[in-house]
Design a protein around this ligand. Structure first.
Ligand code: CTP
Length: 407
């Protein structure tokens, strides 16, 4: 589904990412949509109303008490005549005002008055994104039905690194298209909180060296995005992966298995938990505080390993009431796939298991394709060769059926 024929009310608030709104407007127009822009007072410092008006082919609005405008259409009509309201960038400040129902300028008045769906693309410094107040506001807004796209993780304009960068305009357009593709009906996983672990873990040897594995995070990212598209609230707990963080999810970055376990515990309660992470089974028992130096004889250090917690087994074996209704594991094997998978399902105590053969030459680790053997209690089905995206969609369909009472 495209944006052709759709009218978007674009609210631009005052962050450095405001310049990306220009590309977003162009992309919507290229897709056949129209844009009416509202700039907050802060946004006017970052982009000129004249640029935005010229691009949109209609005046960019700012003032609540623009009487001529009020006489013509009024802010109520302005917000309701759109097919979708998009807030991009959505600063910590406008999110806080939205969460608290403030209506102290044209942008927030329209947001409070609208009965049109709203999609926000947060953009802020990583500390602001992680601040408890912002977390609370995001939770409130999610419950109020506000959709989110991003933020991404990466270098920030302020020189820091982390989650808080606004999603790229292409990603925001994708989320807008997804919104229209879903139509007005409720999404099957709306109201469900789902934890997804993803990527490798990194176990330090010393401050500059670590033990890890070749997991790219591709499968976990695809699952998280597919869940979010179906309306789930996704808590995505990821080791250092190659992939950009999935759109529309809470991103919780971790390094080690111990950190991943703590993050999973903190993310509970949840309706389901999906463990795609390739967790290191062992960690170095005593990582050095300073870089290990070669001695004169250049003898290799004796590394002592200790077992990491089995995060999946820990959650699967939680008492009823604390345990998510569905606990789903993955199995990476290099032979005897079905036997190992059956044993793993029983040993870990999970409900479903997706097993794949990651033998050298299979190209599964880090690749785009895989072949899943799906275990659901006693039943085993071979899903055949598929892309990891197709696996994600199929798994999410199973979840939706389960929660709808059909699986
Ligand atoms: N897993 C986990 N914590 C660990 C190890 C694995 O949560 N410490 C999860 C993985 O995310 C995956 C499943 O358990 O969903 C199986 O992982 P896999 O590496 O295939 O199995 P292992 O537990 O390592 O068992 P084995 O070494 O026997 O293959």
């Amino acid at each position: 589904m495209s944006v052709a024929g759709k009218h978007i009310l674009l609210i631009i608030s005052g962050g450095i990412a405001a310049y990306k709104a220009i590309t977003l407007i162009r992309l919507i127009q290229k897709g056949g949509g129209t844009v009416q822009a509202i700039l907050t007072e802060g946004a006017r410092h970052f982009v000129s109303p004249l640029t935005i008006s010229t691009l949109c082919g209609r005046p960019a609005l700012s003032e609540l008490f623009d009487l001529t405008r009020e006489a013509q259409i009024g802010h109520i009509e302005l917000s309701r005549s759109a097919d979708l309201v998009v807030v991009a960038p959505a600063t910590a400040n406008i999110l806080a005002r939205m969460a608290n129902g403030l209506a102290d300028d044209l942008a927030t008045t329209c947001l409070l008055a609208t009965i049109t769906p709203v999609l926000a693309a947060p953009a802020m410094n990583v500390r602001m994104w992680e601040a408890p107040a912002t977390r609370r506001n995001i939770e409130t807004l999610r419950r109020d039905g506000i959709g989110f796209v991003g933020p991404d993780e990466g270098d920030m304009a302020c020189g820091e690194y982390g989650a808080g960068r606004m999603a790229e305009p292409e990603g925001i357009l994708g989320a807008i298209e997804d919104h229209f593709a879903r139509g007005a009906g409720p999404r099957p996983l709306a109201g469900k909180t789902i934890i997804v672990t993803s990527g490798p873990t990194r176990e330090p040897i010393d401050p500059v060296r670590y033990v890890s594995n070749a997991s790219s995070g591709r499968q976990g990212t695809a699952i998280a995005e597919a869940l979010a598209r179906q309306g789930a609230h996704v808590r995505f707990i990821t080791g250092p992966a190659e992939f950009a963080a999935p759109q529309g999810c809470d991103i919780i970055p971790v390094q080690t298995a111990v950190e991943m376990e703590a993050a999973v515990k903190a993310a509970l309660p949840a309706h389901a938990a999906i463990f795609t992470a390739a967790v290191a089974d062992w960690r170095v028992a005593h990582p050095a505080n300073a870089k290990l130096k070669k001695d004169a004889a250049a003898t290799a250090p004796d590394l002592e390993f200790t077992a990491n917690p089995d995060i999946l087994a820990g959650v699967a074996q939680l008492p009823q009431g604390e345990r998510p209704e569905l606990v789903i594991g993955f199995a990476a094997e290099t032979g005897n796939l079905e036997t190992h998978a059956r044993n793993k399902l029983a040993r870990k105590g999970c409900d479903w298991l997706l097993a794949n053969d990651v033998s050298p030459g299979s190209g599964v680790f880090g690749g785009t394709d895989t072949r899943i053997l799906f275990l659901d209690g006693e039943k085993v089905s071979d899903w055949g060769p598929q892309t990891k995206r197709e696996v994600a969609d199929r798994l999410v369909q199973h979840l939706a059926n389960h929660f709808a009472g059909g699986a």
